[in-house]
Design a binder for this molecule. Sequence first.
Ligand code: UD1
Length: 362
Amino acid sequence: MKICTIVGARPQFIKASAVSRVIDATDEIEEILVHTGQHYDANMSDVFFEELKLRRPNYNLDIGGGPHGQMTGQQLIRIEEVLIDEQPDVVLVYGDTNSTLAGALAAAKLHVPVAHVEAGLRSFNRRMPEEINRILTDHVSEWLFAPTQFAMDMLENEGLGDRKLHLVGDVMYDVALEIAASRAQRNNPRAVLGLDDAPMVLATIHRQENTDDPARLEEIFGALIELTDRYTVVIPLHPRLKGARKDTIDALSGAARLHFTDPLGFGLLADLVADADLVVTDSGGLQKEAFFHRTKCVTVRDETEWQELVENGWNRLPTSIARPAILEAVELQMAANPAEGFEPYGDGASARKIVGLLTQAI
Ligand code: UD1
């Protein structure tokens, strides 16, 4: 069996590393890895290949940047060429990025079965490019690997119950367990970043709905700056945020207890999440990683795909994206005692389940 895996953005390198490791241990599958180039900076891409020992891509398409249509369209053209040359039995895509949609669409039009890992997530906000990407990808996929029961229900509600639909848990959980197990082999994250022992908030902001809306971004930054009265605030800078607010960030750099860093490697970020008193983020993945490392989270968005974390108290959304509401959510969440002992994301063996299901189908 020949599988063509399409990756392009940071979270996909992480997820694919778990599945590719299992594939490598399986004689029956040959994997062709295609990197679209959506994320191309060394600290957004190369570092993950090295740290997570993800095999070098067979194809690097070098298509990053530009508006959505241009990026997705160029990826579609090049992926189609690769698929015609390689003739895979399955195309494996992850998550909700433009690379996911381009890979799925190219394959479906060539009648190559698509397998979607992280199928069924919904924010119900169609203004998010990610929501469009995930809905369309699910609907052209033959294999739907859902991380949660909520995702299974969504797919069934949308009439996709007759596809190869499986609840496999979350591959990010597989990777989080592995990285937590090797924590002792790495240096203390505070020492690496030169932080003292003060209470610490880790913040990441990169969603277009926040970075491209100056009013929203000002409310979020206003709240983060105010938090430095009480906490050290560490902000690894995604290129989109840096691009949107270079002047503000330059002006704030050097402010006491506000630490901007370049994007961090996976191990260091995981250790920092585990060590933080709170995560404040608009990332889909980081909300969950906070929970995997049992750190509470405030999500600065209007909705979340990971509703179960809100219900169990690990995650909280502000009542609005306004400075007082964000600060209120932070204080409430700092004081919260979320429920222990619930495991909505499987047992850390998702990658093995996915590869097992695909190989049984040979
Ligand atoms: C993308 C995904 C999002 C995912 C995120 C993970 C889409 C629509 N969004 O958002 O679902 O959560 O990745 O990080 O696919 N840039 C660089 N260097 C890089 C990468 C990007 O400078 O290595 C620049 C791009 O040129 C662009 C901006 O950063 O101007 C945003 O990158 P883009 O890939 O469009 O979207 P993300 O915000 O990363």
